[in-house]
Design a protein around this ligand. Structure first.
Ligand code: PEP
Ligand code: MG
Length: 424
């Protein structure tokens, strides 16, 4: 009997950071065991794999009893006996059992929880750290600590203010290592808190879904200006700290126009707005500048500013190789935002990762706005040497779980550790 063979798979519901239930799964073999929880988005891409919700009275329709039952009653028995070290076989078995394009039969939340728990089960059986195990899956050697993309002002669908764009981030890409980068992020976060409180009153320091502040402002430049001020107060330079935006433009695109900063503007004017912002501020990355179906608009933005900055595709590609290959062919961006639950298995996410890398694109591993205390993506970012991680403000436990795990990994790697993405 192979001791690494899966003996038991089990799931339950747990709460995420927005007090919404999500799926937690456990996988046990004779050698080890693993547990994992899946996150959940708010500004989800239309083409993401299906997150199964019960739609009944409990939890305002957001229960996950069916997804949990699918793990316990439909997935578990089919995985028993499979070698937990064969992630691809485990994932392919679930893809086959589901049989749909978007995992709508079993639920991507059910499938991903098992996929992640299985990787942990295998790594624990092998007595390896998760990041080392994930590196092996990609036939690579883990060594690169990612630049943390820290979302310190929240807007869009993640906050109750008037900012159209969803995320205003700092990217401490010029710091010498991850711990210094995180320290800078935390210091700037506190300077921003003080600045916002003084300028707009104490209501301005309430936070949004990802732990960034949600001040009562509605102008893009005002948000960027506040962050520049906080960087200056903290004593950092624009060589050390760059800015990043996630416009999440689908969320403010209505009837052909972008509703932003009190105006309704055309896609062409939106593209030139990004160009101007890049001249005025040290912006290194813009995510989802156009709405998710506008591949051509993405291409135009990339053509205009993609040589200078990173154009990151999230809702547009949804970690899906079909949409990504179209994006690569069209030169619709130059970087992929990778979210495991957009596609539903580690194996398929690795396919997307490799496709992006083969095209010479940057990759940022990402959390969701609804998160858990699971730090899996921290290990994933290092294991696959992604070079960037987006996991919210350096505040709130579900966000710091990832950043703190990266501190531990940096310590474990010691002298071998590298930092960041040279192309950022
Ligand atoms: C994002 O859009 O990049 C994001 C993290 O938000 P959500 O999880 O709500 O899609
Ligand atoms: Mg996004």
């Amino acid at each position: 009997m192979n001791n690494f063979a899966i003996k038991k798979v089990k799931a339950r519901w747990v709460l995420d950071s927005r007090s919404t239930p999500t799926v937690e799964a456990e996988v046990h073999s004779g050698k080890g065991s693993g547990r994992a929880m899946v996150p959940s988005g708010a500004s989800t891409g239309t083409h993401e794999a299906l997150e199964m919700r019960d739609g009944t009275k409990e939890f305002h329709g957001k229960g996950v009893r069916n997804a949990v039952d699918n793990v316990n009653k439909k997935i578990a028995e089919h995985l028993e006996g499979i070698d937990s070290r064969n992630q691809e076989q485990v994932d392919r078995k679930m893809i086959e059992l589901d049989g749909t394009d978007n995992k709508s039969k079993l639920g991507a939340n059910a499938i991903l929880a098992v996929s992640m728990a299985n990787a942990r089960c295998a790594s624990s059986g092998l007595r390896k750290e998760l990041f080392e195990y994930l590196a092996g899956m990609n036939k690579d050697d883990a060594k690169v600590l990612p630049v943390p993309m820290m979302n310190i002002i929240n807007g869009g669908m993640h906050a109750g203010n008037g900012l159209a764009m969803q995320e205003f981030m700092i990217l401490p890409s010029g710091m010498k290592n991850f711990s210094e980068a995180l320290k800078a992020g935390a210091e700037i976060y506190h300077s921003l808190k003080g600045y916002l409180k003084e300028k707009h009153g104490k209501g301005a320091i309430n936070v949004g879904d990802e732990g960034g502040f949600a001040p009562p402002i509605s102008d893009t430049r005002q948000a960027l200006g506040a962050i520049m001020k906080a960087i200056e107060i903290s004593g950092y330079s624009s060589n050390e700290i760059k800015l990043g935006l996630d416009a999440a433009a689908s969320s403010f695109f209505k009837e052909g126009l972008y509703h932003i900063d009190g105006k309704k503007i055309s896609p062409e004017d939106m593209a030139s707005f990004y160009g101007k912002l890049c001249e005025e501020y040290p912006i290194a990355s813009i995510e989802d500048p156009m709405h998710e179906e506008d591949f051509d608009g993405f291409r135009k933005v990339t053509e205009a500013i993609g040589r200078k900055i990173q154009i990151l595709g999230d809702d547009v590609f949804v970690t899906n190789v079909k949409r990504l290959s179209r994006g690569i062919e069209m030169k619709a961006a130059n970087a992929l935002l990778l979210k495991l639950n957009q596609v539903g298995t580690i194996t398929e996410a690795l396919d997307a990762f490799r496709m992006a890398r083969k095209a010479g694109w940057n990759v940022a591993i990402s959390h969701r706005s609804g998160e858990t205390e699971d730090s899996f993506i921290a290990d994933l970012a290092v294991g696959w040497n992604a070079g960037q991680i987006k996991t919210g403000a350096p505040a709130r436990g579900e966000r710091t779980a990832k950043y703190n795990q990266l501190l531990r990994i940096e310590e474990m790697l010691g002298k071998k550790a590298l930092f960041g993405d040279t192309k950022l």
